[in-house]
Design a protein around this ligand. Structure first.
Ligand code: FSO
Ligand code: SF4
Length: 559
């Protein structure tokens, strides 16, 4: 076996990719990602020890967060990038180690001489050394299947948290407690004889911290760009040069909007960038024209057909086709070998998107396409603004049940389930959604109930906080003691690790009976699945008919 990865829903054979990733991740990159993760654990051993003595290193904390985010599915495929990160990880780790040992000496009057885990000390310089070590420390190095499963579940939950924290950090919002938890959890995975009980506790705690991370990001986004408002978005293309922006980073699109002001270049959102249209500070730019395309997995077809520049701000990037390889750009932690990359911003400055803009101008007008209208903007603030109306509709029986259909989209044929489910849901149900999963049904024209759209779109997967927030507010409004007494069914579609984080957040909030699809994660061992079923009644999807029957038979609020 030359690599092993089973972190996403498209893992080969729903077991794991062991030659090349279904996502396009090559053996070398997969192994370097494993080694980077190992070194992030090593850095975390020292940052955690240093914290116990009251010493922190903000650069090291951010390095860990960025490192985790970079290994999320479909973020970065660049071997050179990971090689450099590994070299830097060794340097960062050395710096934190010194920070700790100095603090230790000061506190204790003697030098620190305890034995530490290999992750905290191992070093290498050559390509061979990196790959030999990567093979030794990869996912399969843990032999106990249940422990491996719990460790990976924990690490994937942390990867999602890291993505949220990194987005918030870009907007200058931070939370020391979250950094401390990420470090402590990563360091704990290196402990010998770590039991299933302790790991399960950490996994559940990850759900709690995930809620904090989502709250932090929500605060960062809404404080910077205003609360999301109900907004109609055009789904076509108009005459003139254009740039299509995908991914999740709002600061990137804001800076691009500012830099294209008055230049005759129109900006369009793709996939998870759709909610940008709902923020006052973004939608005020009149050349933010509309949303084009669907979810990430259709990008070959859609980027091919869109004849302007394309900017990927985060996941999910696929191997660019030759037809648009010269007009696609990456930025932030995203990378694909050979694709032009827009550098990070320098302290106090915006990123420089000149290359993306010049390419769009050089390409000239894109081909206009007719579009429809999508209504978005139902994150927590907009939902709270219509809360009275919603409660009234529930009390009158006009809305009988909500179905949370959040998460991701992907290639799997089984995802048609979500289209058919949405189409078949009774007319007195409302879908609450976030993430790119919505592209399976957001163009179905499902209508309204008393003026409330039947698809309430809270935004990106990163905005799932709004879904949890609304559930808790409804529980309060209806005077319920248990979140499971709410008239809500959960149909979560997962693909990558942020969805794992959202799932853990829902479990932390006490939500039971979640249906997870289109397949259960390959990284969950039968033993861990049993724990989830016994404690949280988690289930996989079966047929649309069965789900519809269950949802129709479930009690409404007025019952
Ligand atoms: Fe989708 Fe990709 Fe947002 Fe994910 S674009 S799949 S959960 O990275 O991030 O929902
Ligand atoms: Fe396979 Fe998914 Fe890992 Fe890519 S991220 S290598 S598709 S399991």
């Amino acid at each position: 076996m030359s690599m092993f990865c089973y972190q996403c829903q498209e893992a080969a054979g729903n077991k794991g990719c062991d030659k090349v990733g279904v996502c396009g991740k090559k053996e070398d990159v997969a192994n370097l990602q494993d080694l980077l993760t190992y070194l992030l654990k090593g850095i975390s051993i020292w940052t955690t020890k240093a914290r116990e003595l009251g010493v922190t290193d903000a650069d090291a904390d951010l390095f860990v967060v960025e490192g985790l985010f970079s290994t999320v599915t479909n973020v970065n495929f660049d071997e050179a990038w990971f090689t450099e990160r590994i070299e830097n990880a060794i340097k960062v780790r050395g710096k934190v180690q010194t920070l700790f040992t100095n603090a230790y000496k000061k506190a204790n009057g003697s030098a620190f001489d305890c034995v530490v885990h290999d992750a905290a000390t191992w070093s290498g310089t050559t390509r061979e050394e990196f790959f030999d070590k990567a093979i030794e420390v990869g996912v399969m190095s843990e032999e106990n299947t249940d422990i491996r499963s719990l460790k990976e579940l924990l690490i994937y939950g942390l990867k999602g948290i890291a993505a949220y924290v990194d987005h918030a950090h870009v907007l200058d919002y931070k939370n020391e407690k979250i950094f401390a938890f990420i470090g402590e959890a990563l360091a704990t995975t290196t402990e010998a004889d770590l039991g299933a009980g302790e790991l399960t506790g950490l996994v559940l705690k990850t759900g709690e911290v995930a809620v904090d991370a989502m709250e932090l990001l929500d605060r960062a986004n809404t404080s910077t760009y205003g609360a999301q408002e109900m907004t109609e978005v055009f789904t076509g293309l108009i005459e003139g040069p254009g740039i299509l922006v995908s991914g999740h980073d709002l600061r990137d699109i804001k800076e691009l909007l500012v830099q294209t002001e008055g230049k005759g270049v129109n900006i369009y959102t793709h996939s998870e960038m759709l909610p940008a249209h709902a923020y006052g500070e973004l939608k005020k730019h009149k050349h933010l024209i509309g949303n084009y395309g669907t979810a990430w997995y259709n990008q070959h077809k859609e980027f091919d057909a869109f004849k302007g520049s394309v900017l990927m701000t985060t996941n999910c990037i696929k191997k660019p086709k030759d037809s648009y390889a010269e007009r696609i750009f990456t930025t932030g932690l995203v990378g694909w070998p050979g694709v032009a990359h827009i550098d990070n911003r320098k302290e106090g400055e915006a990123k420089d998107f000149t290359a993306v803009i010049e390419k769009a101008l050089e390409l000239g007008s894109i081909v206009p396409v007719e579009g429809k209208k999508l209504t978005i903007g139902f994150a927590k603030d907009q939902l709270m603004a219509v809360a009275d109306k919603v409660v009234e509709a529930v009390n009158s029986g006009a809305i009988r049940r909500f179905v949370v259909m959040g998460g991701c989209d992907g290639h799997s044929k089984g995802r048609d389930y979500y289209t058919e489910l949405a189409r078949g849901l009774p007319n007195d149900t409302v879908i609450l959604t976030a993430g790119c999963a919505k592209y399976r049904y957001n163009m179905l024209d499902l209508g309204e109930i008393d003026g409330i759209p039947r698809v309430l779109d809270a935004g990106q997967c990163n905005d799932s906080y709004s879904l949890a927030y609304i559930a808790l507010k409804l529980k309060e409004a209806f005077g319920l003691d248990d979140i499971n007494d709410l008239p809500i069914s959960y149909e979560i579609a997962w693909y990558e690790q942020k969805a794992v984080t959202v799932l853990l957040a829902l479990l932390h909030l006490g939500v039971k009976g979640i249906r997870l699809g289109p397949s259960l994660p390959a990284f969950l061992s039968p033993g861990v699945v049993k724990v989830l079923v016994d404690n949280f009644d988690i289930k996989g999807i079966t047929t649309v008919e069965e789900a519809l029957e269950e949802i129709s038979a479930a009690p409404g609020a007025a019952a």
